[in-house]
Structures are given as structure tokens and as C-alpha cells.
Design a protein around this ligand. Structure first.
Ligand code: ZN
Length: 360
């Protein structure tokens, strides 16, 4: 038995308004006047002076706005890497992602593709990245994905939806400023927070569970319950706690694995482009037989916050399309093994997955 020796984010700052320290945090990392900091920012913040004016731009630093409407794709990562190399004489001093999980994943992937040859699709998998990336910083404006702490950057490529999992992937610096999450629309706040809740349930009920994952997972689960069930309103304290729930949930799955909801949600996302948070909610809603208590509690949270979980998204799919989703899902072997043990293939057949997808 060999245990994974995994890297953690070496530097993190937490607190309301700590975004204002960004200049002093990154300045020492500037390599030269010609080596810019590139800020990858969710385009919902375009024109939001309260945030954009506080981004510390000097010399040839640049903001690149990207849409989070779709999950991150290898072709966009490759294109961004090319454009940055063409525009600047020197490699950037740093890549800073500001946004939800999509922007954080783009920042990680671009930092890696700038120093590794070929396409990001070549590095989808485990430990395929050869060279250290550019210094990269993650600044979440939505809480729940755990992307700020994870060792992966999940990308949809020509052949698969799979992360670039490597020791070089985690951020060098994370800035956790809960104030940045306060304007997240209610549905987004819910779907993304439920990603964290589902990380906890999948980790805590999985066969890969160990004391390391359990300690983080239990704390994250308590925080999710406080935010989504016990509190009357979404206040500053709730935003602070959800940000730490996301961090702990990410730490929990870092040393265990996710499960059935993620395995099936990747299929939806690959075929239909369903965003990760809402996709997990659509799937989890139908998983009572695997996670009876978790799903019952999830339904209470949906009810309390009066959230609509989209229905009928698989209703007009062809046999071929179901097969594509089933192939993607069945390919995620460690997730199934964590959820159901070594003999998972006895219960999880193509017919079983199809019958579950048909409910969604
Ligand atoms: Zn997730």
C-alpha cells in the first residue's frame, strides 16, 4: 500500500476585505516590467467598479474577461495560452483567477499550459504534467466547488471530461474574501453550495473514507447545515462559513474521492454542457437509493430556499446520446469504486444508469 503524498496550497489569506491586500501579496512575484500579471475574471464583473477598480494593474498587466456560461474547455485553454505567448515578449509573472470554479480552473490550466508543450488535452489525467506552471493565484467569488484547494482543474476536452491532476496544479496563493461572494444570485449560491454538500456526503459515505477526509468532511457538512438549514437568512456570517465549508469539503475529497452524483453529473455535463453545480443537484435529487439520508436533507434545503431543480433535461435524448453519457460516467472508475466498493459493476450496469438518467 502506498499513500498519496499530496501538495497543499502554501499560502492563504482569509477575511472580509482582504482582496485589498492583493497588490502587496503579488508584487514580490513580479519577474520584470515586461512580465505581466494576467487576471482571468468572470465577465459578470465587467463594469462592476467596486471589484474591477480594486484589481492592482501596473505596467502591461492585463484583465481577460471570460464567460462562465460553459464549463472550461481544453480548446479555450490552448487558445488563451497561445494568445498570451503572442502578445507578450516574456512569460507572465502570474495568472490570477477571479470568479467561481470555472475561472479558478481556467487560471490553473492556463498557468500550466504556458510552461508545458502541446495541448491541455494531452494532460487530462493523473500526473501527466511535466513542468511547474506559472505562479497562480485563486480568488473565489462563489463558495462550494473546492476548486480553490484542489489538485485538479477539470476540463472538457475532445474526448473526455477529466481534470489535469498534478502536483503542479494547486494554487500558489489563495485569497479568501467572503465579501466577494455577497452578490452571487440565489440559484448560483445554492447550486454551488450544494456542490460542497455533495462532496461531503460522497466522501463521508465512501469506501475510501479515512480519518483525514472524515475530519474535514464532518466540519464542512456541519457548516453547510448551518448555512442552508439552521440560519433564517443568508447573512455575512453565512457567507464566511460557506467559504470555509468549501475549503474543508475540498480538503476532504482531496484524500478520498467523490461518488455517484459526480460520476453521473460528468455525463450530463459532457453531453449537454450542464454546469457542474446544477448538474450535481439534478443528479443527486434522484439518488435516494444510494444516499438516503443525504438526499432527504438535500430536499429539505431545496424546499427551504425554494430553488427550482431543472427537470426533464434527458427527456428527448436518443439512444446514442444516452450511450455517450453512460460511457463518460462508467469511465470514472475511482468514483464508482469509492461509492460502492470493488464490486460496483454488479449494481451499476448500463441499463441501471440509463434508467436513472431517464428520471432527470
Ligand atoms: Zn464537485
Amino acid at each position: 500500500m502506498s499513500y498519496r503524498n499530496f501538495p497543499m496550497v502554501p499560502r492563504v489569506v482569509f477575511g472580509r476585505g482582504c482582496f485589498n491586500q492583493l497588490n502587496e501579496i503579488i508584487s514580490p512575484k513580479r519577474k520584470s516590467k515586461n512580465a505581466p500579471f494576467i487576471f482571468i475574471v468572470d465577465d459578470v464583473f465587467r463594469g462592476n467598479d467596486g471589484l474591477i477598480n480594486r484589481i492592482p494593474l501596473h505596467h502591461n498587466d492585463k484583465i481577460i474577461y471570460l464567460s462562465a456560461a460553459e464549463e472550461p474547455k481544453t480548446i479555450y485553454v490552448d487558445k488563451l495560452g497561445e494568445e498570451i505567448k503572442v502578445e507578450f515578449d516574456e512569460l507572465p509573472s502570474g495568472i490570477i483567477g477571479i470568479g467561481g470554479g470555472t475561472m479558478l480552473d481556467y487560471a490553473k490550466a492556463v498557468a500550466l499550459i504556458l510552461t508545458n508543450p502541446g495541448s491541455s488535452a494531452d494532460y487530462q489525467g493523473w500526473d501527466l504534467v511535466k513542468n511547474q506552471g506559472i505562479y497562480h493565484v485563486g480568488i473565489p467569488t462563489l463558495s462550494g466547488t473546492g476548486a480553490e484547494v484542489s489538485r485538479t482543474t477539470v476540463l472538457t476536452g475532445p474526448e473526455r471530461k477529466l481534470g489535469m491532476n498534478s502536483d503542479y496544479t494547486p494554487f500558489d496563493q489563495v485569497v479568501l474574501d467572503p465579501e466577494l461572494t455577497k452578490d452571487a444570485p440565489r440559484n448560483q449560491w445554492f447550486y454551488t453550495g450544494m456542490d460542497c454538500y455533495i462532496h461531503c456526503i460522497e466522501s463521508l459515505t465512501g469506501t475510501y473514507l479515512n480519518a483525514f477526509s472524515q475530519s474535514y468532511g464532518e466540519k464542512a457538512l456541519d457548516l453547510c447545515r448551518e448555512v442552508y438549514l439552521e440560519k433564517e437568512t443568508r447573512d455575512e456570517d453565512a457567507d464566511d462559513k460557506l467559504m470555509m465549508a468549501s475549503w474543508h469539503g475540498g480538503m476532504s475529497i482531496a484524500y478520498s474521492q467523490v461518488g455517484v452524483a459526480h460520476a453521473m453529473s460528468y455525463g450530463l455535463s459532457y453531453l449537454l454542457g450542464t454546469k457542474h453545480g446544477v448538474g450535481n443537484c439534478i443528479v443527486f435529487d434522484q439518488l435516494s437509493e444510494f444516499y438516503p439520508e443525504g438526499v432527504a436533507e438535500f430536499k429539505k434545503m431545496v424546499e427551504k430556499h425554494q430553488i427550482d431543480i431543472p427537470k426533464g433535461i434527458c427527456k428527448n435524448l436518443s439512444d446514442k446520446e444516452f450511450d455517450i453519457m453512460i460511457d463518460v460516467s462508467l469511465g470514472l472508475v475511482p468514483l464508482w469504486e469509492n461509492a460502492l466498493g470493488k464490486d460496483w459493476q454488479k449494481t451499476i450496469t448500463r441499463e441501471k444508469l440509463r434508467s436513472l438518467y431517464q428520471l432527470m
